[in-house]
Design a protein around this ligand. Structure first.
Ligand code: PBG
Length: 322
């Protein structure tokens, strides 16, 4: 038999472009945005190039993102006050509610997703309301989650993304939407969310690290695979429109397996620590920032993600379209 020569298809860029199996598109990307009540933009130290945006700069930064062809954002709020119950997260004039209203008014076509959780809003930094044993109280947390989700869609969000990993979260939000005239609003579920060290910079950014204990009793154990499939299946059955795996790069196998199991679109979240690693290494000239960014995003897509939430959204879009 003649020599097998796969390298024949790699001889020049035009050929490599012709036979490339996976391509990134700006349509895949969602940009996370942090909003604050403060009146000045503030750079997040452990996430160079990422900011807390004041309400009156939010439209400007979104406009720039949309000019790059990106059509989706996910919003995180830094509230003015925190308390035991995370009350500010259901406030009509809360940071997310105000931001969504403003953004919706200016950009009717934009896909607005809101993160729904309590850790930014509670003094203790846990992702739900706690009972007297300092464990998550499921019933009262889910009730509060319904109110939070309703206030987000009431302000104009297209999708609410529950990230608290409380059993039943998708079911409760779906019911709240359907019973209140929001049958058309969606749920992007953080269905498969691992208890990960890679959320470190985000927790610094929004001051949401748990004051005592950790999140291991509700976020998933990094060693588990079948549990991920179970979580994904439950959330799809409860009515999630999109299933998310988070973080992305250390869990590419999970993204693929979830993709093969569920019928709805699969999203992956390239989280703060993944972003920070690439940024820090690139700042030291240890790796090339653009190439490693694109390679990591391509890997996430190749694994099966239809949608990628990434702090690199704008930077990647610039490279993809140039
Ligand atoms: C809220 C939430 C977190 C992230 C998204 N939503 C933090 C956490 O669970 O600790 C992490 C995002 C990131 O690291 O970029 N629960």
């Amino acid at each position: 038999m003649s020599l097998q020569k796969p390298s024949r298809l790699r001889r020049k860029a035009s050929l490599r472009n012709l036979v490339r199996e996976t391509r990134l598109s700006v349509d895949d990307l969602i940009r996370p945005i942090f909003v604050t009540h403060r009146n000045k933009r503030f750079e997040i130290k452990s996430m160079p190039g990422q900011f807390h945006f004041p309400l009156d700069e939010i439209e400007e930064t979104i406009e720039a993102t949309m000019k790059l062809g990106i059509n989706g954002i996910i919003l995180f709020g830094i509230p003015e006050t925190k308390d035991e119950m995370g009350t500010d997260c259901v406030n009509k004039n809360g940071i997310i509610q105000q931001a969504v209203k403003k953004i919706r008014g200016s950009f009717p076509e934009l896909i607005i997703i809101t993160d729904a959780c309590f850790c930014q809003y509670t003094i203790h930094g846990h992702c739900g309301i706690l009972d007297k044993n300092r464990s998550i109280d499921r019933k009262s947390s889910l009730k509060q989650l319904q109110k939070q989700a309703l206030s987000h869609v009431g302000a104009g969000a297209d999708f609410v993304a529950p990230s608290c990993m409380i059993d039943g979260m998708v079911k409760y939000i779906r019911e709240a939407f359907d019973n209140n005239g929001y049958e058309n609003r969606g749920i992007l579920s953080y269905a498969v969310k691992y208890g990960s060290a890679f959320y470190g910079p985000f927790r610094d950014a929004v001051d949401s690290a748990p004051r005592d204990g950790d999140r291991k009793s509700y976020q998933m154990d990094p060693g588990n695979v079948r549990e991920a499939l179970k979580e994904a299946q439950i959330d799809e059955n409860e009515g999630a429109d999109i299933i998310m795996v988070k973080p992305a790069l250390p869990y590419l196998d999970i993204i693929r397996l979830v993709k093969n199991q569920v019928c709805c679109p699969v999203a992956a979240y390239q989280v703060s620590g993944e972003y920070a690693m690439i940024k820090a290494a690139a700042q030291n000239n240890w790796i090339d920032e653009d190439e490693s960014m694109i390679e990591s995003l391509l890997g996430i897509k190749r694994a099966g993600a239809d949608i990628i939430i990434t702090y690199f959204a704008d930077a990647a879009a610039k490279l993809i379209t140039s």
